[in-house]
Design a protein around this ligand. Structure first.
Ligand code: SF4
Ligand code: MG
Length: 336
């Protein structure tokens, strides 16, 4: 069953230069207990999507446009009143940010911050709150929880702070956990540990996870489904194995070829994707990837590609799969 259904989500931010159409009509859903990875370069709209799902896009800076729907467990969160929204945020759906230093309050003891979330979202006897804080700290792998809960965020290492933020995020027993680049600010070894922790918690608590990342390396082995975002749109989506083994969109190909491989010689250079994403104040006509795509055809500059559907819900928006395309289909090859 889908716990979250996002339909035709459009989000704009207002800047001096004009209205930035950060998210331009995306749809996807997340089933109970499943992990969806949203992947793309910075500025593609993935964090904005996360903020929209948390109902954190606020006027006048930004706005979720009319016609968008974000349905949690049957209710459109865009129509929720303040009280319902308070329960939803943190209680049903919570978010782990990239930088725990920004997300945690520097002047408040770590245990106290977790305590606040417990009181806000759990129906719990006051006397048991302290025990619950310790349980959560232990659950996220913080040793000496009894002592640690009385420390301030600056007394924690980067990895431990990230763990504390995760403890805060799960304090309300959310059904959906959004992790927005949760490991980007950390050392490589700590990154792996934090990813492992998120997946372990997902299984223990049966939470759905929306993992937001720019790095396909992080996604392998952790996601059930993948949505590839480019210029505020989803250009390809499908089951993890379909995206890794049968990617359809030239942008997905480019992203996959930017992941380092074990068997490579040390001098081999990573493919970088040449050029820049389009300006979303004036989104381009046709395919948004056209300017950077090796397979661009005349049609691509004129018409926005519709989705083509393959097996298992795999879909992509690319004219290569247009039924009238007479050119032989281009196939993806790693390193190609
Ligand atoms: Fe490339 Fe055209 Fe496909 Fe866009 S629609 S990704 S330009 S082939
Ligand atoms: Mg981001």
């Amino acid at each position: 069953m889908a716990i979250l259904e996002v339909e035709n989500l459009k989000v704009s931010y207002y800047t001096y230069a004009g209205e930035v159409q950060s998210v331009r009509g995306i749809s996807f859903d997340v089933e109970c207990g499943e992990t969806l990875a949203i992947i793309g370069e910075s500025g593609c709209g993935k964090s904005v999507t996360a903020r929209a799902i948390m109902q954190l896009v606020q006027k006048p800076q930004g706005e979720i446009k009319e016609g968008s729907r974000i349905v949690y467990n049957g209710t459109d969160i865009l129509t929720m009143d303040k009280k319902k929204l308070r329960d939803y945020r943190g209680g049903e759906c919570s978010i782990i940010f990239q930088d725990a230093l920004v997300a945690l309050n520097p002047t408040m003891k770590v245990g106290k911050q977790i305590e606040e979330n417990i009181i806000l979202h759990q129906d719990i006897d006051k006397k048991l709150v302290k025990q619950e804080v310790i349980r959560l700290l232990e659950l996220v792998g913080i040793p000496n929880a009894e002592r640690r809960r009385n420390q301030y965020p600056f007394q924690f290492s980067g990895g431990m702070r990230q763990r504390a933020m995760i403890a805060m995020a799960i304090a309300g027993n959310p059904k959906i956990l959004i992790a927005d680049e949760p490991t980007t600010a950390l050392d490589v070894t700590i990154q792996a540990q934090i990813m492992e922790l998120i997946l372990e918690l997902k299984n223990k608590l049966n939470t759905a996870v929306i993992l937001i990342t720019h790095d396909f390396g992080v996604v392998a082995g952790s996601a059930d489904k993948i949505a590839v975002m480019y210029a505020g749109t989803i250009v390809e989506a499908g089951k993890c194995e379909d995206i890794f083994y049968h990617p359809k969109h030239p942008y997905t190909w480019a992203l996959l070829n930017a992941v380092p491989k074990m068997e490579w010689k040390s001098k081999q250079l990573l493919d970088t994707i040449k050029g820049n994403p389009p300006d979303l104040i004036v989104p381009p006509k046709g395919c948004p990837f056209a300017k950077r795509c090796e397979h661009c055809m005349n049609l691509c500059l004129e018409e926005t590609p519709e989705y083509t559907y393959f097996d298992n819900g795999h879909q992509t928006s690319c004219h290569l799969y247009h039924p009238d395309n007479q050119n032989p289909k281009v196939e993806f090859a790693y390193g190609g």
